[in-house]
Structures are given as C-alpha cells and as structure tokens.
Design a protein around this ligand. Sequence first.
Ligand code: ZN
Length: 428
Amino acid sequence: MRRIISLILWIVIIGTLAHFLATHEGTTQIDWLGWRLTARTSLLIAAAFIIIWLVLILDRMLSFLAGIPRALTRGFSRRHQRLGQRALALGMVAVAAGEGRAALKYARKSVHHLGHDVLTDLLMAQATSLSGDREAARRYFDALKKNADTAHFGHIGNMRLALEAGDEDSALLAGRAAMKLKPRTPSIADALFVLEAKHGAWDEAEIAFRIARQGDSDISAPHTHAHAEASILLERARQATAPRLKQKFLTRAIQADANFLPAILEQAEFFLAEQKTRKATALMERGFISAPHPRLAEKLLAHWSGTPAKKLARLIKLTEQGGNQKEALFASARVALEQGLWGEATRLAELIPMEARDTRIWQLLAELAEQNPDKTGTGASADSAMILRQNFNAPRAPNWLCASCQQVSDDYHAICPHCGTFAQISWK
Ligand SMILES: [Zn+2]
C-alpha cells in the first residue's frame, strides 16, 4: 500500500516537473572559477537528476560490499549454532544412556560451538561427573551455582559428587545450600537427613526426614518410616537437656513406633527416676509383650509389688500375650529357675524352638538338667553333656547388632558407631 502511494506520488512529482520544464523554456548560465557554462535549464535539471541517481546507485553498491563480511559471519554463526545444538542434543542423549565418554565428547563440542552458557555448562557437568572426572565436574557445578536459575542444581551436583567421594562434610554443606534455595526437595532430603543425623544435628535431620517422607521417596529401604522417625526422636531426646523436652521426644518416639524398644527402655527409666512407678510398669508391660528384652523383665520384677510367685505368674502371662517370644520365654524360665521351679523353668525353656536356642538358653537347660536330672528328659535336653555339645554350635546370645556391618554395640544408636548407617541396629 505504501509502495503504491509513493509510486503515485512520484508520478505526480515527475509529471509536474515535466510540465514545468516544458512550459518554462529557457537557458541557465553558470559562472564558476572563470568558466562560463550556458545550457538549457531543462537539460541542466535532467543532468542533476542523473547525478543524484548515480550517487544513489553508488551508495547501494558500497553498502552491499560493506555488508558482505557481516553476511559471511552470520552464515558461520548459524553453522556454529546448528552444530552446537546438535552436539548438545547428542550429549544429552549420551548422558541419558549413561555413556560418560561419548557425553564428554559432545559436551566439549557444544562448548566449542556455542560457548559457555547454562545448557552447555550443565551438559559438561553431567558428562564430566559421568566419566569420573570429579574435579572437572565440580568446576562446572560451581559454574552452575553462579546463575540464580541453576544454583540449586549446582549445589545438588556438588552434594552427589561429595557423597561419591565419601566426603560427607562437604556433601552436608552442599545439601544444606540446595535446601536453603528450595526447601521442598524430597529427592535430596533423604540423603540429607542421614547426613544431618551423622553430623548429630538431629533437629535438622527431623526436618529433612519430614520433607523426604512428603515426597514419598524411599527412605532407608529395609526399615519402615515409623522406625526411622522413632530413631530420630530418640536421638533428639538424648540430646535434649531439659527433662520435659527429653520426655516429650521419648513420648513422640513411642507414638511413632509403639514397639520401639530403645525408646520404651529410656522412657521407663525416666519415669522410674521420677518415682512414676505405675506409669513405668504399665509402659514396660506393653513393651515386654511386643518387644521383650531382659532389662524390661529385670525392671518389672524389681518394681512390681506382690510375692515372687505372683510376679512370675504376671511375667508368664505377658509372655503368652506376646505370643511366646524367645526373650520373654527365656526371662520367665530364668525367674522360674531362681524360684526353684525346675519343671516350670524347663517347660518354658523348651518352648523356644531348637534353631532359636542360643548359648544362654542351652546353658539354662544344662543348669536345669543338673539341678533335676530325672525331670528333664523331654525334647532335645536329654542330658547336660548333650546340652553342652549343642551349646558349642549354638548361635550367640542376642545383642544390639548392626544389620549392615554385623558389629555389636553397647546400646541402640540411630547411627551405627561402627559403619555409620542409619537405623540398622536392633536387639538380635
Ligand atoms: Zn554398622
């Protein structure tokens, strides 16, 4: 439209000019440096037009020539862009396939063609960490940290690298930095909560644990969430200095996992220290049914009222309520033996399946056989010599054992003091 208007305008101007020239016949005389030029005015105007036209053409040509290098550069940069994008795409495919070396090759190519930007740096970081060059990977993750959009991932990358290298202090710092930027990142929360726990920062560990659980990520696979939560709360209780706070955490630990023996033991001891005997025995009775332990039996017998025979009857009742678990049967049998009730003691001890009888149980059976040789002839407890032979091959007595490193600890610890794994110790 604009072209048509300008064309019409030109036609009108030229037409008017031609009409003017045709109607204004005349000559023009120019004096210049002693030269005198006389020509027809119409010719002069036409010449002026031709000169202007030539200048315009020359200008077009010059600007075209001047534009050639830029056009060439543009072509080159388009080529770079194309090759760079291709290397970037292939590099990402290689990363997805876990091909570290190929990824690194394409990553370098992409940097060569596209220079350093978020994408090329990210690919470089992934490729270098995949190919095992931790130092280079760390450099690229550090570069990602400088950009607000990618800083979070830079920290996560550094955390993973540090974990791979076994540097848990650096991993913790990087993880905390990542969490600070984006507090709801379940994917790193479960790694972070164990790091916090190992660091002894149990309140931080609990926060990270809750985030991890919200994300429904897989926390320390063989253990239930309840057990993990109870372990964290037990350690928080141990760290707390104020008695009220200690008790609050222990209560919460037992709420999280009603059968969590370490918390039951500590809470009971706490109640006993505060002269809350009824509360303590009620808790220990519940504990003895679900998670029998020698210390629970010992404390119950010490704090129950009534005659020894009545106490034994109560213990046997709890043992039956708990489905005759080994530790409960052993504790009851021991008490029966102490009270001279060999028959009852033998009956209880022999309820423990053969394969579950450890050294303590065989020793008890041997003791019973010696005390009352006529009565003990049933089951596997023929005579004390045979019992002692069995004892030789029997499994060891239960202890606080780590399922990860098989080492024994003096007490329950949420973090194994030998191998540092989380919530792997149990009374076994
Ligand atoms: Zn361990």
